[in-house]
Design a protein around this ligand. Structure first.
Ligand code: URP
Ligand code: ZN
Length: 480
């Protein structure tokens, strides 16, 4: 099956040009003006539309077990919803319990993900430390295409890793050429603040942000970055929500350290007034970590994205329906953390980023797809439109309007944090490895057509910088 997308403006992270895109089978065969097509080709008229690499969301949690419940979105419904929003690949997380084998957790998530409708990969979380963990990290890199390991500095007494575990894992990542990713919140501080706030009689969702002020995040981000600096390990800070963590990233990047920063679409456009909503379900529906922040922090995050200090946008898509959130009716500490957005990320970013002039279409492509592909080492297979790449493509209609609502979205959750928001700029068509998954508002997805994508270690994108840094200044570890 071949498809010729004609007359569109092809956008890359570097620029844009008028060109046709020929897809043959699962890959892009040609990009250029006035392309010919083999007999039987389907023609798609993209006049007036942008043709962009399908989005990559490197931070999702489909069917995540939390506090005795399970996130309501599974890998099939989640990747289908993603396709409806122009996203063609997710990177989810295999999370072992403390003392559990990393390989066992990885295989559990692999089997959950088999139902995915589009491509996916898995980060693996380090929740504890032993010789076995060290060994299994190597096996995951060598045999299972894992090149990134996540560390939760929050969620004390469950999946939080302390500094010693983090340090051991950073060292191991460095040895393997893997990327260390970090959820940066000081879990001890959160734990104490939660108790203080609860003891003051604050039991509702408004207690959640009070227990996680920006300092909680800024301190942890800075600590993770300084540890990574001392050990010479590249590090990626997930979901930066405030100026405090952005400052830590900016300082380190300006010093030449290999640090990457992710921002969630929702932190750019939703502020902390949501926790003062009189409707408990609506306030609880916004409970996620880190929490929504004040407008000053939002402005800083936009600046981070515009300046390139933050390179990637994601969603941390982790759905809990109203009934699930009600587990914390009398105690905000019991509200499962997480919000949705895998379908909405690209349109929200286009509407509030590109339409407002904050971002160019190329910056949009970089932040929604190409940078993630480069950092997680799946470019040029993913994240670019060029011959030989997977035909993961979104035909983006900059004038198509949608009013976001839980009543019409494809996400498997009865709540939407963007409820009622009109977003102009939406996908007209989404292709995943040459298959049309979404067209003119209709999903055409099949369970299990997504594939696991291997991600090799030592990404060219940052390895060269690492070598340069080493030549310029050996790390203390090397000196010792
Ligand atoms: O609130 C959040 N972010 N929920 C998902 C779990 C996590 O923190 O990664
Ligand atoms: Zn997360």
């Amino acid at each position: 099956m071949s498809i010729l997308i004609r007359g569109g403006t092809v956008v890359s992270a570097e620029g844009q040009r008028r060109a046709d895109v020929l897809v043959v089978g699962e890959t892009i065969a040609a990009v250029g003006p006035d392309l010919d097509a083999p007999a039987g080709t389907r023609f798609v008229d993209a006049g007036g539309a942008y043709v962009m690499p399908g989005g990559i969301d490197p931070h999702t949690h489909m069917e995540l077990p939390v506090m005795g419940t399970v996130a309501s979105e599974d890998f099939f419904t989640g990747t289908a919803a993603a396709a409806a929003g122009g996203t063609t690949m997710i990177i989810d997380f295999a999370i072992p319990d403390p003392q559990q084998s990393l390989l066992e957790a990885y295989h559990t998530w692999r089997s959950r993900a088999e139902k995915a409708a589009s491509d996916y990969s898995l980060h693996v979380v380090v929740t504890w430390w032993s010789d076995q963990v060290r060994e299994e990290m190597g096996v995951l890199c060598r045999d299972h295409g894992v090149n990134s390991f996540k560390h939760y500095m929050a969620y004390k007494d469950t999946i939080m890793c302390d500094d010693e575990v983090l340090i051991q894992s950073l060292l191991r990542c460095r040895e393997l050429g893997a990327l260390a990713t970090v959820h940066a919140e000081n879990g001890d501080l959160v734990h104490v603040l939660q108790q203080v706030i609860y003891d003051q009689g604050i039991t509702g969702p408004e207690g959640h942000p009070l227990s996680r002020p920006p300092e909680v995040e800024g301190e942890a981000a800075n600590r993770a970055i300084r540890l990574a600096e001392a050990l010479g390990t590249p590090v990626y800070i997930v979901h930066n929500s405030c100026a405090d963590s952005l400052e830590a990233i900016t300082r380190a990047r300006l010093a030449g350290q290999i640090v990457f920063g992710e921002v969630l679409a929702q932190h750019l456009v939703i502020d902390d007034s949501v926790y003062r909503d009189e409707d408990w379900d609506r306030a609880a529906g916004h409970v996620m970590s880190p929490p929504f922040r004040s407008r000053e922090h939002q402005a800083a995050l936009w600046g981070g994205l515009q300046s390139g200090m933050l390179q990637v946008t994601a969603t941390d898509h982790c759905c809990f329906c109203r009934e699930q959130k009600r587990m914390g009716k009398d105690d905000f500490r019991r509200i499962p953390n997480g919000t949705s957005g895998v379908q909405d990320r690209m349109a929200v970013l286009w509407h509030h980023g590109v339409r407002t002039g904050r971002l160019t279409p190329s910056q949009f492509v970089a932040a929604t797809s190409t940078n993630a592909a480069r950092i997680f080492n799946i470019a040029p297979r993913k994240g670019v439109i060029q011959p030989g790449s997977d035909a993961d493509i979104v035909v983006w209609d900059p004038e198509r309007s949608r009013t976001i609502s839980a009543t019409t979205h494809h996400q498997n959750i009865d709540f939407n944090i963007y409820e009622g928001m009109e977003v102009i700029g939406n996908p007209a068509m989404t292709l995943s490895r040459g298959r049309v998954l979404f067209e003119d508002g209709r999903l055409q997805v099949e369970r299990g057509t997504g594939r696991y994508i291997d991600r090799p270690c030592n990404a060219d994108f940052w390895e060269a910088q690492r070598v340069r840094n080493r030549l310029a200044a050996p790390t203390p570890v090397e000196r010792g």
